[in-house]
Design a binder for this molecule. Structure first.
Ligand code: DIR
Ligand code: MN
Ligand code: MN
Ligand code: MN
Length: 306
């Protein structure tokens, strides 16, 4: 696997997630994966433009799009080398680039792509629906080819994902017009109420079966704010009532057992808001579960027993 840092907060509402890649490194991400037997290369960080506090909207948008173009190339190259890319954010707008690279790889390999977006939010706003104007609330809509993005957003990312092949997990804060779009486009939103009612394991089983039915490449995009802010405070837009520690882990453990993961984003970790590295450590532990850490040994099962 390849680690690639994208240290930008140009798409976020609060600064500080630009320090996410370094926080994940300090929390031992690479060493943890190596201890699980994986071959891990750290490709370092993409270069960001400035880091000034008072960037204009246009300058922030330009930074997001420039980094997206680089991430798309790096991600595609990593997949073409037969590696599994892990992108370290950085705010969630970077996923327009990472997923567009993944989508290009899937198109070349004639493979379906499924995106599992683990997030408190839908990230399905457009410039027309967004109440904040922040680009980290819009990447899924752009990837799913919503028409309300201007010419400036031209690029491989536009329309590289089919909204019917997107699952959002852990949602509990969706804007009104965003909810309408998600419904119209047929995105499956596994919100916190469904998790309360049916349980994380049963819902994960359904998601995994859908991915396996078409032998799709699975891209997981993990936003730290999906996890309950009481245990993961390092989030710029925290929302109460998130995934518990075990709900998040069972999701990762089941994904590992299903052996269907092809690429991963770990995003929005805000070191400036975190408490003594707690959120960074939770993300490293979740990544460990995703890549094979087990409480007691188990055989991987392609088909899960219902
Ligand atoms: C809100 C918040 N829906 C927006 N989105 C966030 O600004 O579009 N996404 N925080 O991660
Ligand atoms: Mn997000
Ligand atoms: Mn979010
Ligand atoms: Mn604090």
């Amino acid at each position: 696997m390849d680690l690639l840092g994208i240290p930008s907060d140009a798409g976020a509402s609060r600064r500080g997630c630009s320090m996410g890649p370094e926080a994940l490194r300090v929390a031992g991400l690479r060493e943890t994966l190596v201890s699980l037997g994986h071959d891990v290369a750290d490709l370092g960080d993409l270069r960001k433009e400035s880091g000034l506090n008072q960037l204009s909207v246009a300058a922030r948008q330009a930074e997001v799009l420039a980094l997206a173009a680089q991430s798309s190339e790096k991600g595609l190259a990593s997949l073409q080398r037969g590696r599994l890319p892990i992108f370290l954010g950085g705010d969630h707008s970077l996923s327009m680039g990472t997923i567009s690279g993944v989508a290009r790889h899937c198109a070349a390999a004639k493979r379906a792509l499924h995106v599992l977006w683990i997030d408190a939010h839908g990230d399905f706003n457009t410039p027309a629906t967004s109440p904040s104007g922040n680009l980290h609330g819009m990447p899924l809509a752009l990837l799913c080819n919503e028409p309300e993005f201007g010419e400036a957003f031209r690029g491989d990312w536009r329309g590289s994902v089919d909204p019917q092949n997107v699952t959002i997990l852990g949602a509990r804060s969706i804007d009104r017009a965003e909810r309408q779009l998600l419904e119209t486009r047929g995105v499956d939103v596994v919100d916190m109420r469904r998790i309360d009612e049916l349980g994380a394991a049963a819902l994960m089983r359904e998601i995994i079966e859908k991915v396996q039915a078409t032998d799709a490449h699975l891209h997981v995009s993990l936003d730290v704010d999906a996890i309950d802010p009481a245990i993961a405070p390092g989030a710029g837009t925290p929302v109460a009532g998130g995934l518990t520690y075990r709900e998040a882990h069972i999701a990762m453990e089941m994904l590992h057992d299903a052996q269907c993961l092809g690429s991963l984003d770990i995003v929005e970790l805000n070191l400036f808001l975190d408490h003594a590295g707690r959120s960074a450590e939770i993300l490293v532990d979740l990544t460990a579960s995703l890549f094979g850490r087990q409480i007691m040994p188990r055989q991987p099962t392609r088909r899960l027993i219902v």
